[in-house]
Design a protein around this ligand. Structure first.
Ligand SMILES: [Fe+2]
Ligand SMILES: [Fe+2]
Length: 285
């Protein structure tokens, strides 16, 4: 963007082909290129994980950084390419020695942006404490004079997300001097309506997901119903309906201060031409 204004986009969990196509088309349709685009891709390849092929395809579609979550390991080839995937960030609070990186640094308009991804612990599988692992990493980045930090906190419980975000903003941000520019919650796939700027940090409890709109958080209704109503293990199937939703947030940073956060919540039709998004089809916000 022009002058000292930067536009950052963040997309909630891209889920399957419908989500990939919708986000790719949306980025292509924008008249003005954003300065930095982050997307959570933990469900991008048929709902589970990210293949190298999809990583490369999305990389060339205008997404600058990929965050992830508990599903990042679901496709076997991730172990072969994650160390070389310079745009991909996996949760930082896996045990030491885990493949991949929990924080990566990106050069944006002469500034250095760090993106950290972390997993929550409430109603989630056991994992190292995000409270200590993330603060240790931020201390390190601060000592290295990093310009801005963006966090994707992938967690189930709203209270854990709100509390962690407030803790970090109180610890590292001063009014009009925010080291942490944004804290995006992900994982539940349902967008919350609580976007705000707290202590100079853009915040949303959950950004939502990008994928089939007629679904159960991206999965087909029938298999979800069977599994949830009987409690008998049933393999989830991804929903393939052509109508997709795009969930995310848009942030503006003016002279290094976050001035604006707005939810992206669109319905698009992938059926006619995968390269075009009909934004008139049902813009919800
Ligand atoms: Fe997800
Ligand atoms: Fe998840």
């Amino acid at each position: 963007m022009s002058g000292n204004t930067e536009k950052i986009l963040f997309f909630g969990d891209i889920t399957g082909r419908q989500g990939r196509n919708a986000v790719k088309s949306y980025i292509k349709s924008l008249s003005e290129k954003p300065d930095f685009v982050i997307a959570n891709i933990e469900n991008a390849s048929h709902g589970f994980g990210l293949t190298k092929k999809n990583y490369e395809d999305l990389s060339s579609s205008g997404i600058d950084c990929f965050t992830s979550g508990n599903h990042i390991w679901d496709k076997r080839d991730i172990f072969d390419y994650i160390d070389d995937a310079e745009k991909l960030v996996r949760p930082i609070n896996y045990p030491e020695g885990t493949k991949g990186n929990g924080c990566r640094i990106f050069g944006v308009n002469g500034n250095r942006y760090a993106v950290i991804n972390a997993l929550g612990r409430v109603f989630m599988p056991p994992i190292d404490s995000p409270w200590s692992v993330v603060t240790n990493k931020i201390d390190e980045l601060k000592a290295d004079n990093i310009d801005s930090i963006f966090i994707d906190f992938h967690a189930e419980a709203t209270a854990e997300k709100i509390c962690f975000a407030k803790y970090l903003a109180n610890k590292y941000n001063e009014d009009n001097n925010a080291l942490i520019k944004a804290f995006f919650g992900t994982h539940t796939h349902v967008q919350t309506a609580d976007e705000k700027i707290y202590k100079g940090m853009a915040y949303i409890t959950d950004a939502g997901f990008c994928g089939a709109e007629e679904s159960v958080i991206g999965m087909e209704f029938a298999t979800s119903f069977k599994r949830l109503s009987t409690s008998i293990p049933e393999r989830y199937e991804i929903a393939e309906t052509s109508i997709a939703q795009i969930n995310g947030v848009e942030i503006l940073i003016v002279d290094n201060i976050v001035t604006h956060i707005k939810r992206i919540n669109l319905i698009v039709d992938n059926s006619n031409n995968e390269s075009e998004v009909n934004l008139e089809a049902g813009c919800k916000t």
